[in-house]
Design a protein around this ligand. Structure first.
Ligand SMILES: Cc1cc2nc3c(=O)[nH]c(=O)nc-3n(C[C@H](O)[C@H](O)[C@H](O)COP(=O)(O)OP(=O)(O)OC[C@H]3O[C@@H](n4cnc5c(N)ncnc54)[C@H](O)[C@@H]3O)c2cc1C
Length: 403
């Protein structure tokens, strides 16, 4: 079975290595060649999760896959039905990697060492006899030379990164960065550097882009899960607007204006004689509340009972739709992911096969699929790598039965 099959996998990252290993297990006689332009395989996996490798996620609480895969949600739904996050855990555990699940549903190796994941994959590559060609940058694909070619070259910051595909007429969605933090105009946030508000809603006025979660104020502006998610959801919109747009924060999380109005009215009724700086919503520190009061134009010596309607309306606006000007973006730690890549219109999303070239496959970040942080990007690489391996192996079995 699979005796004369020769398969080239281009890119020895998470998707390429996982595809090669599973393919070779399914088709032991196939000649699997894995090409890598760098001097070592899995260089990126080695630095994932700050060197700890957040390899997947429990997906608990994910109601809609689009929340975590802003691009490629449909493809991922199918890929996960073939190889799920649970399958990832089982796969690595069978290889002797113990895993731990954090409170935030992110899954890491118990060793807290990404090299354990890298070494597990490398051990399999070697043991299975996969031919790993290091320092071999592929510049051209000759589909006649191979029975199957799998492109797993990862994301690229510019369209030139996809030059390998020239001549194959594969449409590319222009790559733009995803997962970054925001520079914010002014210096108010510097005074609040390190402040975390546990649950805010961040949104871009006049668009459908909104996210919620914790927000961290930094010396350059805003970071934290709510901001990273928004940068991912609105990656293309932000790029088109040169990262210069207004952003609104609902400091009261997902509460509506009506609910917040009620909270303010209760505060007034119960604390009429108290200073406005002595009682305030629990989510704020005293310093943060004072800065917001200044933004509302309310004097810090004011008492709750003395607020007029104008003050109340201003308070409501600042609490639920506080507007700031974004002036640029900053990388999130070292982590970045690209939005864009090989257009999903050009592939069969069940098999990851090119529609124009049936012997050509794509997997991983080279496709226009990307996720928010939390282990979802690596899960996409594992799932897609597996889907391609499975399809090549199934096709081979069918061909063998026919011949
Ligand atoms: C610092 C950092 C931390 C991250 N942390 C996490 C995390 O904890 N959890 C998570 O889920 N995601 C994380 N990510 C994202 C995740 O690493 C990527 O989504 C994932 O590695 C993509 O896998 P891939 O195989 O598609 O591409 P890659 O891992 O980028 O692999 C592509 C490979 O192809 C090679 N290549 C490219 N062109 C050619 C060519 N022409 N010829 C031969 N070889 C070529 C490259 O050298 C590379 O080795 C992180 C990303 C970064 C940058």
């Amino acid at each position: 079975m699979g005796k004369d099959l020769s398969i080239a996998i281009i890119g020895a990252g998470a998707a390429g290595c996982f595809c090669a290993i599973n393919l070779k297990r399914m088709l032991p006689n196939a000649n699997v060649h894995l090409f890598e332009s760098k001097g070592k395989a899995l260089a990126k996996v080695a630095v994932t999760g700050g060197g700890r490798c957040n390899l997947t996620n429990t997906f608990k609480g994910v109601k809609n896959l689009q929340e975590v895969y802003p691009r490629g949600e449909k493809l991922m739904r199918r890929a996960l039905s073939v190889f799920s996050a649970e399958d990832t855990c089982t796969w690595f555990e069978k290889e002797g990697v113990r895993l731990v699940t954090q409170e935030d549903n992110c899954i890491f190796p118990q060793s807290q060492d990404a090299m354990q994941i890298v070494n597990t994959l490398l051990y399999n590559i070697k043991g299975l006899g996969i031919q790993l060609h290091l320092n071999e940058k592929v510049t051209h694909i000759d589909l006649n030379q191979w029975n199957r070619v799998v492109v797993t070259t990862g994301g690229h910051a510019t369209p030139q990164g996809f030059s390998l595909l020239e001549g194959l007429e594969i449409p590319i969605e222009t790559p733009v960065p995803s997962l970054f933090t925001f520079n914010v105009q002014g210096d108010w946030h510097q005074q609040l550097m390190g402040t975390v508000v546990e649950e805010v809603q961040a949104f871009i006025p006049g668009t459908k882009f909104r996210s919620h979660g914790a927000l961290l104020l930094t010396h350059w502006g805003m970071s934290g899960p709510a901001i990273l998610k928004l940068s991912s959801y609105a990656a293309r919109y932000l790029a088109e607007h040169g990262y210069q747009i207004p952003i609104c924060i609902n400091w009261m999380g997902t509460m509506t204006e009506l609910e917040v109005r009620q909270i303010i009215q209760d505060l007034i009724q119960q604390n009429a004689q108290k200073l406005i700086t002595s009682v305030y919503p629990q989510c704020f520190t005293n310093k943060h509340w004072s800065i917001l009061l200044t933004r509302m134009g309310i004097h810090l010596t004011q008492r709750w009972g003395a607020l007029n309607t104008k003050h109340l309306n201003k308070m409501l606006t600042v609490l639920t739709a506080d507007t700031y000007q974004i002036t640029g973006k900053c990388p999130f730690k070292e982590e970045f992911v690209t939005c864009g890549g090989v257009s999903l219109k050009s592939i069969n999303i069940n098999t990851l096969q090119s529609k124009q070239h049936p012997t050509l496959y794509f997997a991983g970040e080279v496709l226009d699929v990307d996720a928010i942080t939390g282990g979802f990007n690596l899960q996409a690489a594992w799932s897609m790598g597996y889907v391609v391996a499975k399809h090549i192996s199934t096709l081979n079995q069918i061909n063998n039965q026919i011949s």
